[in-house]
Design a protein around this ligand. Structure first.
Ligand code: FPP
Length: 252
């Protein structure tokens, strides 16, 4: 079933020139799919499906604006605790998303990176994800970080273990474990820290998402449920980010 954007009086999307300042890295917690489905008397799978349509628009707009990186929280390590039906629907959406989007994303020079434990995902999904990463690995445009089976603490633990192994093997000294060295062992290696974190649906939590990378992020919590989040809402968030005074601990 194809669900359409049906926002009356939709505002025209803004362009890069409309913003005085844009973030280099946007991260999004796409929250509210379940509540949207309930509100429309649909099953939760339909909420996630509609949410995927929002995602498509948001990716396109992020790319059009020339933003360097977009990270989206598609499936957390905790999401396995949901019902088998819901987990199954999300797994199917991964397959559907890549089947329908990969050609356009690749043509737009988007580089896809999967953040999280791919080995913990079903084989079919893993194959599709690896194929998307491989196909786009030389692309130099938007870095699209799709976080799947992802947990922020697990990511930091993984980095610590990799560094410990290097020290154990005599390839690194303990005093060389700097903030930059840790960052080099995160999934987001080589990317800027998150500048703007958006969580829709009014919830104000980080939920184990990009903990290290969000150290100095600006946070926005629009009340709108993710399936109803429009490009105009996104532009409003970007505009609000532009008005924030970022001090990074300094006195300006
Ligand atoms: C949170 O809403 C959303 C998720 C757990 C999944 C988000 C996934 C997608 C939008 C699509 C999958 C992405 C790809 C790349 C195919 P919720 O269900 O927790 O909402 P609720 O709090 O209202 O119940």
């Amino acid at each position: 079933m194809k669900l359409k954007f049906t926002k009356p009086g939709k505002k025209a999307a803004r362009t890069r020139a409309d913003f005085a300042k844009l973030p280099r890295h946007v991260a999004i917690i796409m929250d509210g799919n379940g509540r949207w489905a309930k509100k429309h008397k649909l099953n939760v799978a339909m909420g996630h499906r509609k949410g995927t349509e929002t995602l498509r628009e948001v990716i396109r707009h992020t790319d059009d604006l020339g933003i360097e990186a977009l990270s989206i929280y598609a499936f957390s390590t905790e999401n396995w605790k949901r019902s088998p039906e819901e987990v199954g629907a999300l797994m199917q959406l991964i397959l559907d998303f890549f089947a329908s989007e990969i050609d356009e994303l690749d043509a737009k020079n988007v580089r896809i990176l999967i953040l999280g434990d791919k080995l913990g995902l079903p084989e079919k999904q893993r194959d599709v994800l690896v194929e998307a990463e491989t196909r786009t690995c030389r692309n130099t445009g938007l870095k699209l970080n799709i976080c799947l089976n992802y947990g922020g603490r697990a990511e930091i633990v993984r980095a610590a273990q990799e560094l410990a192994l290097l020290v154990q093997a005599g390839q690194m000294r303990v005093e060389d474990i700097t903030e930059e060295a840790v960052a080099c062992h995160l999934y987001t290696k080589g990317q800027p820290d998150v500048d703007l974190m958006i969580r829709t649906s009014g919830e104000m939590r980080l939920s184990n998402f990009l903990l290290y990378q969000c150290a100095y992020a600006e946070f926005l919590f629009p009340k709108v449920l993710w399936p109803d989040f429009t490009v105009a809402d996104y532009d409003d968030a970007l505009e609000a980010y532009g008005g924030r005074e970022r001090r990074f601990g300094k006195r300006l």
